[in-house]
Design a protein around this ligand. Sequence first.
Ligand SMILES: Nc1ncnc2c1ncn2[C@@H]1O[C@H](COP(=O)(O)OP(=O)(O)OP(=O)(O)O)[C@@H](O)[C@H]1O
Ligand SMILES: [Mg+2]
Length: 270
Amino acid sequence: MNEGPTQKADAAVARNPGGNSEAADPPPDIIIRLTQVEKSFGALKVLRGINLEIARGEVVVVCGPSGSGKSTMIRCINGLETINGGEIWIEGKRLAAGRFQRLNAKVGMVFQSFNLFPHLTIMQNLILAPTRVLNLSKEQGLERAKKLLARVGILVKADDFPDTLSGGQQQRAAIARALCMEPEIMLFDEPTSALDPEMINDVLDVMRGLAHDGMTMIVVTHEMGFAREVADRIVFMDDGQIVEMANPTTFFDNPKEERTKRFISKILTH
Ligand SMILES: Nc1ncnc2c1ncn2[C@@H]1O[C@H](COP(=O)(O)OP(=O)(O)OP(=O)(O)O)[C@@H](O)[C@H]1O
Ligand SMILES: [Mg+2]
């Protein structure tokens, strides 16, 4: 027999007879954990003891001045950079220290510069990794890709080459390509900063939809309207460290640290 909502509620009460709803909440399912992560390029210390835990389904916006280590942090999470100290755990598995990772199919990444293969059509871009890495048949790949292209609103561009698409369309194709691997986590590194203003919202809309559907997301962006509306938490980095971390309301309306205040006033007056 399926456990219906009433049985579930009854079972929760039985486990927690005092009825204290706080105690009945399950512990958060931590999908990404960074402890004391350090990264240097030669003598330059770029990440200096990063501690961060992200729960499944959480949307975390990362912001901070240029050079503060935002891209490096998410590249480390995706295994594109090796770390020099600390630990990174993804879905309960520790990334091996000191060496590059095999492509992690659970983590999708979208870059500022789209990074589509120029000699492949949009459809070929989408089905390449699923057919090679996940061993999907071409038919399965095509079916999955069509659904995703429809979802991001560019199914009509399936057989076109990337350079015939607008920047916003290319970025939506890049998001669809990442989703084609059915990742558990999506990392975005300034996905809208190379786009003309009128295209930004189309991309943000796709990201809003993903967040709404429960995707775990880390988004490096200075789109503060998006951050306020969509983020569960905002992380402010400066000089290789996390200076402040708070929900959007607290972050924007009541930041604690001087450095955060200065940064917010700068970006909001831009
Ligand atoms: N491959 C590399 N080799 C050497 N130094 C690097 C490398 N990648 C990044 N850095 C340096 O690490 C520091 C942090 O860079 P990172 O790209 O993470 O910053 P960021 O916060 O993403 O900045 P931005 O907002 O400009 O994108 C910078 O000083 C940068 O020059
Ligand atoms: Mg960057």
